[in-house]
Design a protein around this ligand. Structure first.
Ligand code: SF4
Length: 417
């Protein structure tokens, strides 16, 4: 049987460079499908969807809240043409009831070990409206190597540079940060994959630069050390979310090829200053992730925070506006206080204020968001700062002999495909 698998377009933040990373959700989902399902994949962010041609089933994979309006539109269109539509992915788990209004079938939860049942139900004409596995997590030994072969790889280039490939070494998160939906989606338990399976997957990826997209690597010291020791011989260079602030672990991360990390910066404390310095002492770059609009912040606090980021010499900063995504604890408390302005999901980009802030007006917070981007990048654009990080990684690759030839994107430059 044949499945058309769609990853809908989503609105980019206006301040972000126009590049697209190969999506991980659809490739992980495809790996969980029975072998008899042939997948034709379309990422609408980089290519038009082929609405023509036949297929047995349409799958729509959706990661972001702001992607759901387009996902629902696409589902309606395919269904009006007589196709059966199944939807899944993180954002579908957050918006399950709405998704069920647009799809024939909604799959909630993680797909491993469940797709044989779903597909044979479909083949036998008894597809259920909802398969709900929320909170019922599969054994991580079942997670296979993502099906990156379904991607059209040369579409994931930026100015001729191949984008990083995304990979998971674990799922779940034992922390419970207030703006985050992960506790609802992936559970409060750290669920590592077997390290040999992670190494096998990393080895199979035809790309030296990766993004280990785990929620946080800093969840189990022994596992983290074992992982870094195991992947060091591969000489891959990788990005991740935070690494444990521990001298031995940072040294191992450096040896294992850590290129740069995303690190939340929430205040101007010496702790944050030293945390960033310790990464940099190990040759690890830092992209700060900064949420604006928390209840304790004033406009002056935001101005001071931006000055601080410049002073501590962050390599990159990603500013977002606090956003009450469904099933986060911040959504529950703002809801209770009647401070959510609307639920127009396409505006839930984390670049637009959708709630009433505590110590600013809506307009002031919107202004502060733009002020933060403009001020941090006032003398050097994000593209330029990223180029510096790329130069760093190229030097590391030259040094350990893992450098690869750059792959020009022929389509982009109009040469033969
Ligand atoms: S923000 Fe990160 S560390 Fe905190 S709960 Fe979410 S995934 Fe875990």
């Amino acid at each position: 049987m044949e499945m058309k698998l769609i990853y809908p377009k989503w609105p980019k933040l206006p301040n972000q460079p126009e590049f697209n990373l190969p999506p991980v959700g659809p490739t992980v989902f495809a790996a969980a499908l029975p072998e008899r399902v042939k997948v034709r994949f379309y990422d609408e962010n980089v290519e038009p969807i082929d609405f023509g041609g036949s297929c047995d089933l349409v799958g729509i994979s959706c990661m972001l809240t702001c992607q759901t309006p387009r996902a629902f539109e696409l589902a309606d269109r395919f269904r009006s043409e007589g196709k059966t539509v199944m939807m899944g992915g993180i954002a579908v788990m957050l918006h399950a009831e709405e998704a069920a209004e647009h799809a024939d079938c909604v799959f909630l939860g993680e797909a491993e070990g469940r797709m044989e049942t779903v597909i044979s139900d479909f083949e036998n004409g008894r597809l259920k409206k909802v398969y709900n596995y929320l909170g019922d997590f599969p054994d991580t030994r079942l997670i296979g190597t993502a099906r990156r072969d379904i991607l059209k790889r040369d579409l994931y280039n930026y100015r001729g540079i191949q984008m990083v490939d995304l990979v998971h070494a674990s799922r779940g998160c034992r922390f419970n940060c207030f703006p985050c939906c992960t506790p609802y989606l992936g559970g409060r338990r750290f669920r590592p994959r077997p390290i040999d399976k992670v190494v096998e997957e990393l080895e199979s990826i035809d790309n030296n630069r990766l993004f280990i997209v785990d929620n946080s690597l800093a969840q189990d010291d022994e596992w983290e050390k074992e992982l870094f020791r195991a992947i060091a011989p591969l000489k891959k260079k990788w990005i991740s979310h935070p690494i444990k602030d521990d001298e031995e672990i940072l040294k191992l991360a450096e040896k294992a090829g850590c290129w740069y990390v995303y690190q939340a910066v929430f205040d101007t404390s010496d702790y944050i200053r030293d945390r960033i310095r310790r990464y940099k002492d190990h040759g690890i770059g830092v992209e700060g992730t900064i949420i604006l609009g928390t209840d304790d912040q004033t406009l002056d606090d935001i101005r001071r925070l931006v000055d601080f980021l410049l002073e501590i010499d962050l390599d990159l900063a990603e500013f977002t506006v606090l956003t009450p995504f469904p099933h986060s604890s911040i959504a529950a408390s703002l809801e209770e206080q009647g401070r959510i302005l609307h639920r127009d999901w396409k505006r839930y980009t984390a670049g637009e204020v959708v709630f009433k802030p505590a110590k600013m007006t809506v307009d002031e917070l919107q202004w502060a968001y733009q002020y933060a981007w403009d001020t941090f990048y006032y003398d050097c654009s994000k593209e330029f700062k990223m180029a510096k990080l790329y130069l760093d990684v190229m030097k590391k690759e030259e040094a350990d002999g893992s450098a690869r030839e750059l792959r020009p994107n022929r389509r982009r430059w109009g040469r033969e495909a």
